[in-house]
Design a protein around this ligand. Structure first.
Ligand code: PAF
Length: 319
């Protein structure tokens, strides 16, 4: 009788165990569900689930649900966020060598960007996060950044005294200061309201960000300056990474790399679609001759302490 009771109890416990141990990855980003990074994170989640036969589940949290970009990156260090895809805005505090990528007019075109970021320079920069408790996974794309304002800006003099929101990025701030603007570093969550209330006059971001945040409601002009390329860096918590098995790490690395092409294609496709919609919503789109802006910023690199001339030379050589 006792033996039968024990057997029944063992059988019941066996049925209570889940079929497999599920590893959950909480992945956050700072844009909305219409941004290519969100679509790529969903694609990445699908790939990870398929490759792990459902063992790893990626939960995607858009729109700063896990915090502003800097908070998400700090969360990676503390282990409260597993994965984050962020702009370089807050990243120089964690990986100072990234400063070189933030130089305006550095890259000739998107192919130049991809050659550099997918090559040795990009790999070295991703590795430089490791000592800060962050594992660098891949270079995704936020996009070429353009100016928006309540007026036309066709030459550097038009920026004079303009309260321009920049990311909390020292290279971007130095660039706009040199151009004559008054850069105001601000977290993204405060930008729309601050533009509406006149706390700031202007901002700069890629077309996808401008569209998904309806910036035409608070800005009348979009200037196609493409003054700097904005990566979206896919980062992982080292604490979480070290808790995964080597097989799980391979699955995540492969899925992140496989999602890179998808993300960049979506970015290019949506950029065209969203530019047309921005015009439909009444924003004046200005083609800008960037030559005077380039001239004014020619010697910026030499004034920035975290830019390694050797790395800059390698980037220029890949043009
Ligand atoms: O401007 C920024 O802060 C970033 O481009 C944003 C909008 C958070 C997307 O990464």
């Amino acid at each position: 009788m006792l033996r039968r009771l024990i057997a029944a109890a063992l059988l019941a416990t066996a049925f209570m165990q889940p079929a497999f141990a599920e590893t959950v990855i909480k992945a956050g980003h700072g844009t909305t569900t219409g941004h290519p990074t969100h679509l790529a994170l969903e694609h990445f989640a699908k790939l990870v689930s398929e490759k792990s036969n459902g063992d790893i589940k990626v939960e995607v949290y858009p729109d700063r649900q896990l915090g502003e970009e800097r908070e998400m990156v700090e969360g990676l260090q503390f282990g409260s966020v597993d994965m984050a895809v962020v702009s370089t805005g807050p990243l120089l505090a964690f990986a100072p060598d990234l400063a070189v990528v933030d130089l305006p007019f550095l890259f000739k075109d998107s192919q130049h960007v991809y050659r550099v970021l997918d090559g040795d320079v990009g790999t070295e920069l991703l590795k430089s996060f490791e000592s800060r408790g962050i594992h660098g996974l891949a270079w995704w794309e936020n996009g070429w950044r353009h100016l928006t304002a309540k007026k036309d800006i066709s030459k550097p003099a038009d920026l004079s005294g303009l309260k321009l929101r920049t990311m909390q990025n020292p290279v971007h701030m130095a660039a706009f200061e040199k151009l004559g603007a008054s850069p105001i570093p601000m977290v993204w969550g405060e930008v729309f309201t601050s533009l509406g209330q006149g706390v700031i006059d202007a901002q700069e971001n890629p077309i996808t960000v401008i569209y998904v945040n309806s910036l035409w409601e608070v800005q009348s002009h979009l200037m196609l300056t493409g003054h700097v390329y904005g990566p979206h860096v896919a980062l992982f918590s080292k604490m979480k990474w070290d808790s995964l098995t080597p097989e799980q790490q391979t699955i995540i690395s492969e899925a992140a790399k496989e999602s890179t092409g998808f993300q960049r294609e979506k970015s290019a496709e949506l950029e065209k679609e969203y530019l047309a919609k921005i015009k439909e919503n009444g924003m004046t789109v200005v083609e800008v001759d960037t030559a005077p802006f380039r001239d004014a910023l020619r010697d910026l690199a030499a004034t920035q302490q975290n830019i390694k001339p050797e790395m800059l030379e390698r980037i220029n050589a890949a043009a």
